[in-house]
Every structure is written in C-alpha cells, then in structure tokens.
Design a protein around this ligand. Sequence first.
Ligand SMILES: Nc1ncnc2c1ncn2[C@@H]1O[C@H](COP(=O)(O)OP(=O)(O)OP(=O)(O)O)[C@@H](O)[C@H]1O
Ligand SMILES: [Mg+2]
Length: 227
Amino acid sequence: MTFALRDVTVRLGDTVALDAVTLSLEQPRVAVIGSNGSGKSTFARLLGGLVPATSGSLTVHGLDPAREAAALRRVVAFVFSNPDAQIIMPTVEEDAAFSLRSERLPRAEVTSRVAAALAEFGLTELAERAAYDLSGGQKQLLALCAALIRRPGLVIADEPTAYLDARNSAIIADHLLAPADRQVVLVTHDLRLAGRCDVAVRFDDGRLTDVGAPADVIDRYEASLRC
Ligand SMILES: Nc1ncnc2c1ncn2[C@@H]1O[C@H](COP(=O)(O)OP(=O)(O)OP(=O)(O)O)[C@@H](O)[C@H]1O
Ligand SMILES: [Mg+2]
C-alpha cells in the first residue's frame, strides 16, 4: 500500500499544476489539503492514472501509471464531489452491480456481493429505487458503495463530502475511513475530516509544502492562512 513520486512535475496547458513533487507514503489514510488551485486534484488524478506526469517518475501500489494503466484501473476506485456524475445505472442495485462487471463473477456471487454492500451502506431498502431520485447524501452513499464493492486497493476521494450536510458527511467519512485493507487518499477542505487520517500532505501553488501528522500539518496550514 505505497505510492512513491520522484521529482514529478505535471503541466496542464500553461500551468505548472504540480511542481517537482517528491513523496513516498504507505499509511492507509492520507489527507491532502491546501488552498483552491494548489494542485490537490491534479495530485489525486495523477495517482489514479488520469493525468500523466510531464517529468519525473512514480509508482502507485507497485505500478507505473503510464505503462500499466489497465492494471492500475483495477486497483483504484475514485469518488468525486458530485455523485450524479458517478451513478450510471437506473436503479440502486443495478448501479452497485455494474461496478462488478469487469470481474466476470458468477451471477449468484454478484447478487450476494451487492446485497452485502447495500446492507453495509444502509441502502437495502432503496435497492429497487431509481438512483436519480435519491437525495444527494443517498447518492453519494451509493457512489461510495459502488466504488468499494470492487474491493479496490486504493480509493481516491476528491472532496467527497463537499455537497453534503454534517450528518451525511460524517456517514460518508465513517465508511471511507473505516479500517480496511486499502489505502485512501482523501482530498478535502474539511480540516476536521483531514484530522482523522493517518498522515496529511499540503500543497501550495503546485508545490508539496508539508507532510506529517495531520494535527501538525493542519495547525501549520491554519497559521499560514492567518498571515
Ligand atoms: N485541464 C487544465 N488545464 C489547465 N490548467 C489546469 C487544468 N486543470 C487544472 N488546472 C490548473 O492547475 C492548477 C491546480 O489545479 P487543481 O485542480 O489541481 O487544484 P485544487 O487544489 O484541486 O483546487 P480546488 O481546491 O479548487 O479543487 C490550477 O492553477 C488550475 O487552474
Ligand atoms: Mg480540486
């Protein structure tokens, strides 16, 4: 459960979105914090193989995202802020099952995995409901359920609680950060949520400016905002 970047720069158009980042982490829960436009989403997308490094090198769970993209896709699951963009199938249970399509499991196993996952996320009663009719919080629960049902080794969550109220944020966070045999990279502006992780990193203007215990990294970030 490790990712390692050596001197990685990502250019997007004229912008240096990540600037010579060197970092290696193996903690299960990694918080990524920093101001708007600092490079957090670019970092998340880089780890998940959605944007390439312009220079430098990296491995994610032993894989080179540039050369082993298909293998990386099997390891990684994404969760974003907007669940509407992540829900694909008409009903709740179909959407959860759709995530398992690439695993080519026997139908009975799909049915039992979906039932167990929906139960874990408190979605059993909603199994046959139209996914698009769910509330925002329920949709995000479904999106996370559909992401985790594949048992990914790395979950990349980019502001997964941005549109949620406090109660739904806490429910999503509890599922996301529950101890499990996976690594979670959590990009968030919710510093309390970041504080629940095992390690935090901070970006400023594309540069990695802090790595350490979340409480310390958050304190230094808040102090920098007061300057
Ligand atoms: N596709 C793109 N083309 C050009 N520049 C981009 C592109 N995507 C992002 N950028 C720029 O890269 C920089 C980093 O953006 P990024 O989305 O990683 O920031 P962020 O830390 O996630 O910000 P936020 O907190 O607002 O989500 C910003 O200056 C942004 O304008
Ligand atoms: Mg972002």
